[in-house]
Design a binder for this molecule. Sequence first.
Ligand code: GLC
Length: 534
Amino acid sequence: MKELNTFVYQIYPKSFNDTTGNGIGDLVGVIEKLPYIRSLGFDYIWVTPFYKSPQVDNGYDVSDYYQIDPLFGTMADFEMLIKVAAQNELKVMIDIVFNHTSDQHEWFQKALAGDEYYQQYYIFNDKPTNWKSKFGTDAWTYVEKLDKYYLHLFDKSQPDLNWESENVRLELQKIINFWMDKGVKGFRFDVVNLVSKKYPLVDSVGDGREQYTDGPRIHEFLQELRMKTFGDKVDFLTVGEMSSTSIESCLQYANAQKTEFDSVFHFHHLKVDYENGDKWTRDYFDFELLKSLLKDWQLKMDENNVIDTLFWSNHDQPRISSRFIKAPTSELQMKKNKMLAMSMYLLKGISYIYQGEEIGMENFEFDNYDQIVDVESRNFYNLNPLLASEEKLTIISQKSRDNGRTPMQWTNDIYGGFSTTQPWINVNPNYQLVNVQEQLTDMDSTLSFYKKIIKLKKTDLVLQQGNVKFIDHKQLLIFTRQLNDVKYLIICNYYNQEVDYAVEAVKQVIINNETEINGNKLKLSPFASILIEI
Ligand code: GLC
């Protein structure tokens, strides 16, 4: 199965590489860095939205699916991107945002102007339900002129599309086919498991999610979409982003017959630092939960021949380097980065690595409100007047999506070599220590380690196809990968404390990040990790 050695590099163009000097990254900037991405061993790039957009949610509010936003360049730039990517043996995956449009989209504007045909493209109701949007506000907004409310599961500028309407579904298929004709080789579908709402729309005892998550017609909609667009195309990769989903639903979304998507993103393992399930909390880490989630998903997906996705970060997540147990020195931080890379990418599945993760980019320390750009984080700040500002800023420094959006740190030049001018969002001041240029020539760097892991996974069949088993331990994440009679053991120390561990035997040491080996006895130093054949 070729997919199991696939590595995808995620690019958030706005923060990747600015070639025009306006403080905003662009498509030409992406083209410029393709040789770098290829040199790390990636097969795909996934580029997040660059469509025409008012940028309230950084492009996830699309106002025209057929145009490139001038902020990022032109259609000619995009065509060039596809071409140069192919020259670099890279395929291009793009983001498809179909749960909602921007309120500036022509369809919504016509709906607001009273056009009934376009009103059925959205979800208008005389009465709102009590649902909350994913960004913390009410999920319905009143339109005085129509004396109706419209539904938005995200910002009020992102009205939800009505997938019950066949006309809407036809429009969406057309968009997919348009981009396929341009030569894209994959799609990532944004929050796509939210598109089928339960009717009638009723109040919820919670925030409403059970009324639209993995909804009643979802599989039918996705099967139809696939049939009318990418179908059985080989050499093509699709991944659906699933919000608050279940394993059972994902087994169907990414079923082995590939009638819906090739794979899915699920996020439970990235909520293990949410105290009582609440994202906006701090200094919390449930290691037991992390281990049990990794185990459950890996095993269930594998048993059902469903391909799992492996990822620690994306543009909606704080930086993985800064999560879980804190590494107090830059040396330990580097060890922790390597340990986390081993924990994730030596599991079974398609790997997604987000820009900057490969150099261990870290969270930003927010010390005032004006530094916050993200709409979700601003809402958290503004909707919690009883929490002290300092406390809110500390939480935001740990949890905000902005942490993942600070500009890519290329060099130790001003603005990290991302731009020649003050970027749209602040650069992390640690760019002088943490940047691509420094790490490229340092064989011990996080970057060199990512390169090594990618190369190993791409050439080693045990790491691609071997079955996965977990061994429980309080302080260590331990799993084996086995193919025929070759068996690997991977041990990762999540804590800043030394720990002893005895193994059956050590046949061969493949990777060792600071573990002392004495016969069959191992002494793992803080944040150490090791891969051995046993
Ligand atoms: C997805 C995107 C996120 C966006 C949201 C609404 O979760 O990854 O950035 O805000 O959908 O489109």
